[in-house]
Structure formats: structure tokens, C-alpha cells
Design a protein around this ligand. Structure first.
Ligand code: RIB
Length: 298
């Protein structure tokens, strides 16, 4: 049975929609306030859980507060079929929170208060991953850096470098797949992946760090993949975006599932792009993650 471990953050998202995102010092009037389960780690686990076939196990490793937000996150994860045995709880700080504004074009701003995510420690993660013995481990960067490093050597590592941060070269050598979006690509390589030449240069800079496969997420343009020998451009279906929050999480969770289930790279990336495209047509983070049927993937 393939096992996918997702190590990362769980946040409660406090979301307001507005016509235009506020500039510094500006007050704007918003509408449709909602409180939704989020956090990059939990989002990716829910995405994977909804897509996984019977027989593929998705396990979330994270830390939440002993509060109502923490309870709601556990409900959302288990509702998607995710195993939460390795979720740690704390009464020292509240569950992580994200303040999110979304404009009419579906673009957002996000401010995260890590809360309990900051207490996800490397020992807990190492113990959990040893027990899980995953084929794939998915990790992002909303948890302490030392905890991210604790994931190396446990299954094939998929690193979603969000929010972007420079990491130790020794760790990057253990990464199987890295999945930066455009702004993360710029932060990690100094290159804006606007055209094919820039995408090749940015990917090469990441491959030179010892990462085995690079996927550049290009929003409405789909994604670019290379392992240094061959390359692929996967276009995205044209959709009307209402909320781009967690589209990258839908992509990462889907990629892990389809790779773990043995699809080839092109098939897994095509399905991941379809899942991310579906997610932008629905509001919220975990609520926008599709099933196979909804994303029209096999
Ligand atoms: O990737 C989207 C997520 O980023 C949101 O759900 C928010 O919680 C932040 O972690």
C-alpha cells in the first residue's frame, strides 16, 4: 500500500473578499467573511486524501493548539480520509492562523501567524516518519527549518518551497522534486521564469544544487518540468479564477498521489495541473480541493 506523509502547517484561514487588495495605510471595505481550514501542510494532505485511491494512505504530521480551530482542522483532515495519528497538540499557543484577502480576480494576500506550527519539532517528525515509512514525503516551509531538515532520508522528498526561504545545501541534495511557483523561483534563483529560456536557466540553477527534478508552477500557464535530461511543458485548462488560495497545495498533494500510485511523470503532472485549475474555480483552501471525478482525472 503506497503511503504519503505530509509534514507541515495547519492554519485556520480568516478570509475577506474585497474589490481590490488594500495598499499599506489604506482601509478597504470587504465582504463575505469566512473561516476556513487551511495551512499549506494540511491543505496538501486534504488534497492528497481526496484524490487517493483505496489502498493509498495519506498521513499528516503537524502541530495544532488545543482549541476550536485545531478541532475544526482535525475534522477537515479526517473528513478527507487523512490519518491524523501523528498530529501533535499543545496548550501553550493557539493553532496557526492566516489572515487572507482575496480580490475580484481571485488574487490574494496572506499573513500567517505560525502559532502551534512553530512547535512542530524535529524529534516528533523523525519518530512519525520512521513509523510511517512513506514512499513519498511532502514538506513545505511554514514549520521550523530544523523540522524541515528532519524529513530527509524518509521516502522520496517533494519540497514545496513556500513561503520561499534559502535552505542548507546538504538538505537540498536529498530533495527528489521541488515545486516553486514564479515568485519562489525568483527568490531561490534570482530568475523570473517568464519564457522558456528563463525557465531552463532557473531549473538548471536548482538542479545544480543536487535536486533531482524541478517543477516550475506557472499559474494559468501550467507548469514546466525537467530532470536535466528531458523537459516537459504541461499547459493548464483555461478557467475563470475566483480564488487562487491553495492552488499550489492542490498541485503538490495531487502530484504526490499520482507519483505514489505509479503514474509516469507526464501523467502525474497533467493531473496535478488539472487539480490546481479546479481549485482556483472554488473559494477557500481545503474546501477547493477536488475529488478525481471533480477534476476529471483518472
Ligand atoms: O497555500 C495557502 C495557505 O497558505 C493558506 O491556507 C494559509 O493558511 C497559508 O498557509
Amino acid at each position: 500500500m503506497p503511503r504519503i506523509a505530509v509534514v507541515g502547517s495547519a492554519n485556520m484561514d480568516l478570509v475577506v473578499r474585497c474589490a481590490a487588495l488594500p495598499r499599506p495605510g489604506e482601509t478597504v471595505v470587504g465582504r463575505d467573511f469566512s473561516t476556513n481550514p487551511g495551512g499549506k501542510g494540511a491543505n496538501q494532505a486534504v488534497a492528497a486524501g481526496r484524490l487517493a485511491r483505496v489502498g493509498t494512505q495519506v498521513l499528516f504530521v503537524g502541530c495544532i493548539g488545543e482549541d476550536t480551530h485545531g478541532k475544526a482542522l482535525i475534522e477537515s483532515l479526517t473528513g478527507a480520509g487523512v490519518d491524523v495519528t501523528h498530529v501533535k497538540t499543545t496548550n501553550l499557543v493557539p493553532t496557526g492562523t492566516a489572515l487572507i484577502t482575496v480580490n475580484e480576480r481571485g488574487e490574494n494576500t496572506i499573513v500567517v501567524d505560525h502559532g502551534a506550527n512553530a512547535l512542530l519539532d524535529p524529534d516528533h517528525v523523525r519518530r512519525a516518519l520512521k513509523e510511517i515509512d512513506p514512499e513519498y514525503t511532502l514538506v513545505q516551509l511554514e514549520i521550523p527549518e530544523v523540522t524541515v531538515y528532519a524529513c530527509e532520508r524518509f521516502g522520496k522528498l517533494i519540497l514545496d518551497p513556500a513561503p520561499a526561504r534559502l535552505l542548507e545545501p546538504e538538505f537540498l541534495e536529498h530533495v527528489e522534486v521541488i515545486t516553486p511557483n514564479e515568485s519562489e523561483t525568483l527568490a531561490l534563483t534570482g530568475i523570473v521564469p517568464l519564457d522558456e529560456f528563463a525557465q531552463q536557466r532557473a531549473a538548471r540553477a536548482l538542479l545544480e544544487k543536487g535536486i533531482k527534478q524541478v517543477v516550475l508552477k506557472l499559474g494559468a500557464e501550467g507548469c514546466y518540468w525537467t530532470d536535466g535530461r528531458t523537459e516537459l511543458h504541461i499547459p493548464a485548462p483555461r478557467v475563470e479564477a475566483v480564488d487562487t488560495t491553495a492552488a499550489g497545495d492542490a498541485f503538490a498533494g495531487a502530484l504526490a498521489v499520482f507519483l505514489a500510485e505509479g503514474l509516469d511523470t507526464e501523467g502525474a503532472l497533467t493531473n496535478a495541473v488539472k487539480c490546481a485549475s479546479y481549485s482556483v474555480t472554488h473559494p477557500g483552501a481545503q474546501g477547493s480541493m477536488p475529488t478525481r471525478f471533480q477534476a476529471n482525472v483518472k
